[in-house]
Design a protein around this ligand. Structure first.
Ligand code: NAP
Length: 283
């Protein structure tokens, strides 16, 4: 069974759009997401354009603020401080990566925790690890929603997460742990990787290596979630970290790339913006 992130994201967006109509009547304004784009990196421009399109589709107000590659760190921090104070702004997202002269850590920490729609702020991260209320990071949240949608039981299952980055691998592992899976985290120094991944009931892969996971690494009947987004070196087309064609027959459920985790990340960003908006209008 192929789990379509595209279809699930479309469902979520439909629900959000209906809610926004109601919220607008109730609170007198729509949710407002501000995206800051520094420079003209084509991938970043494309992501920001996608976020603006999604926001408009569900009836949010979207503002994209563009700054040149040469903008100083202080100017970006001042802009964030201004947006933090603006009661008509619910969510602030700074598109990463930033130019080398700007500290991503400083910029992320400067965004108000209450407007941190990406869930990257250190206080949000700490709250996640301490099981406190927090804004969940979008991609990990999307991974769990995909498993739930496919009816995959998480509790008591063996989950293996391949990759331990701050934005995907680590938080995915934590969310699976919170759902009472027994979680094994793997990385570039893991020995006998295939032996570990083959044991997984749930295998989440986020390493950024095209078609790295081959059929011999997947156990019969495993649920496979492929977070990777790469270019296939042979065809130049988008592909995941999992060799989909080789692994699909062994998996009970599997996500495609494109059309799996990518659209879910974007849908979860919209959900997080609603969460921030509701907090803001309740003040
Ligand atoms: P990252 O920060 O580069 O981290 C990669 C992780 O993979 C590291 O933990 C690394 O191990 C591990 N790794 C690398 N090569 C490995 C190998 N040969 N065997 C085992 N582990 C290996 O990457 P990321 O930001 O998490 O992104 C991972 C992928 O997800 C990328 O393709 C990215 O484009 C994609 N992504 C997609 C979305 C989405 O919305 N769909 C969102 C975010 C990221 P070490 O820690 O030992 O170095």
């Amino acid at each position: 069974m192929i789990i379509s992130g595209k279809d699930l994201a479309a469902e979520i967006k439909r629900d959000i759009a209906a809610d926004v109509v109601k919220y607008k009547e109730q609170y007198g304004r729509e949710p407002h997401l501000v995206v800051i784009l520094v420079g003209e990196n084509p991938a970043s421009v494309s992501y920001v354009t996608g976020k603006a399109k999604d926001s408009e589709e569900v009836g949010f107000k979207n503002t994209t603020i563009c700054r040149p590659e040469t903008v100083s760190e202080q100017e970006v921090l001042d802009l964030i401080a201004e947006l933090n104070e603006d009661k008509a702004v619910d969510g602030i997202l700074v598109q990463l990566p930033l130019p080398k002269h700007i500290s991503e850590d400083k910029v992320i920490a400067a965004i108000s925790k209450e407007k941190d729609v990406d869930g990257f702020h250190p206080l949000n991260v700490a709250a996640l690890w301490q099981k406190q209320k927090c804004i969940l990071p979008c991609t990990p949240k999307g991974v769990i929603k995909l498993l739930d949608k496919a009816g995959v039981e998480i509790e008591g299952k063996k989950a293996v997460v391949l990759g331990r980055s701050n934005i995907v691998g680590l938080p995915v592992s934590k969310l699976l742990l919170d759902r009472n899976a027994t979680v094994t985290m793997c990385h570039s120094r893991t020995k006998n990787l295939a032996e570990v991944t083959r044991e997984a009931d749930i295998l989440v892969v986020a390493i950024g290596r095209p078609k790295f996971v081959t059929a011999d690494m997947v156990g019969e009947g495993a649920a496979v979630i492929d977070v990777g987004v790469n270019r296939d070196p042979e065809t130049g087309k988008l592909c995941g970290d999992v060799d989909f064609a080789a692994c699909a027959d062994k998996a009970s459920v599997i996500t495609p790339v494109p059309g799996g985790c990518g659209p879910m990340t974007r849908a979860c960003l919209l959900e997080n913006t609603i969460e921030c908006y509701l907090n803001q209008v309740a003040k």
